[in-house]
Design a protein around this ligand. Structure first.
Ligand code: NDP
Length: 308
């Protein structure tokens, strides 16, 4: 059996040391030095190589080195191969910090002040407190729950929406399509932390924006293809949305001539909200291989039917 990593040189370096120390019985290989393909039982990558089964007939687990698996075409991965995403605290901490910053920036009108500074304008606006804002988190998963809890701790009136019913202390939770409209109608700052699936592709569209209170704001940290970019432009233009902080766009990178770049009511970051640190990401994979060898389900096992 062997473990194959197809990723960055930094990960290869760090993981090589971790595997040698903590899982020495599993030979560690770095793409393209794959050794005997029939030996490869574990593959960790962002984008897998073509013809997975033909290349690695004994593959047992395909690990995503990140939190998402939307870069995988699940229909092309044979059903007996387990697909596992990376869940670890470094990624969560990064996302919590990013969303805290984004929501606070909206509360304190920072996008307007950045614009005013560029125009050399000294003009104060009334300060609104956190408790005057209702923040709604779409997606109450590994990232959404700690994000909602931290926003609540910052004093925002916090609520969340997911497919299934959740119970989070101090956070009003809505479930499913039936409760989505009520959730949106009572959300001043919408934070998207949904995975990209067939159902969530294009979910941030004109209809959804229209269901938010006029002048609401958006923090988009999910995946670019969840948003209809032209609908966002229109909602900002019409004043239905007052501001948007986007960590993901469609496409990525956002083309240099895209009109969103120059809008004073938009802040764009290049998909940096959070990432898996090499060290803790490697330990997460090692622990999951140990679990697998002990006949336990890996942490982060993807539900193939749900697509996340
Ligand atoms: P999880 O799989 O743990 O959670 C997903 C949540 O979304 C769940 O609460 C789930 O509901 C909900 N959900 C999924 N589909 C629907 C739907 N159709 N309707 C309503 N709710 C739905 O994911 P994570 O929290 O780990 O990550 C979320 C996403 O964040 C990732 O998939 C990725 O796209 C993005 N991300 C972005 C990063 C960045 O740097 N910008 C970094 C890392 C992740 P339920 O609880 O009922 O199952």
């Amino acid at each position: 059996m062997s473990m194959l990593l197809k990723s960055t040189a930094e990960r290869a370096d760090v993981w090589g040391r971790l595997f040698a120390r903590y899982l020495p019985d599993v030979p560690f290989r770095v793409w393209p030095d794959i050794g005997d393909p029939a030996e490869v039982e574990y593959l960790a990558t962002w984008v897998p190589p073509e013809n997975l089964l033909e290349q690695f007939p004994n593959l047992k687990i395909l690990f995503s080195v990140g939190a998402g698996i939307d870069q995988f075409d699940l229909s092309r991965i044979p059903p007996h191969i387990q697909v596992v995403r990376t869940i670890e605290t470094g990624l969560t901490d990064g996302m919590v910090a990013y969303v805290q910053f984004a929501v606070r920036a909206i509360q304190r009108d920072m996008l307007r002040y950045i614009h005013q500074q560029r125009q050399h304008v000294w003009q104060a606006r009334p300060v609104r407190s956190a408790s005057q804002f209702r923040v709604g988190v779409m997606g109450l998963g590994q990232l959404g729950v700690p994000v909602a809890q931290s926003l609540r701790g910052m004093g925002y009136v916090t609520q969340g929406w997911a497919r299934s019913r959740h119970d989070i202390d101090g956070v009003k939770c809505f479930a499913g399509e039936a409760e989505r409209m009520e959730f949106l109608a009572t959300t001043d700052i919408l934070v998207c932390l949904l995975p990209l699936t067939v159902e969530t592709t294009g979910i941030l569209n004109r209809d959804l924006f229209a269901q938010l209170p006029r002048g609401a704001a958006l923090v988009q940290c999910g995946r670019g293809r969840q948003m209809v970019m032209d609908d966002l432009m229109a909602a900002l233009e019409e004043g239905q949305l007052a501001a948007a902080i986007l960590d993901v766009t469609d496409p990525e990178p956002l083309p240099a001539d895209h009109p969103l770049w120059d809008r004073p009511d938009v802040l764009i970051t290049p998909h940096i909200a959070s990432s898996t640190p090499a060290e803790s990401g490697g330990m997460t994979i090692i622990n999951n291989i140990r679990r697998y060898l002990n006949n336990e389900a890996p942490v982060g096992l993807v539900d193939r039917a749900m697509g996340y």
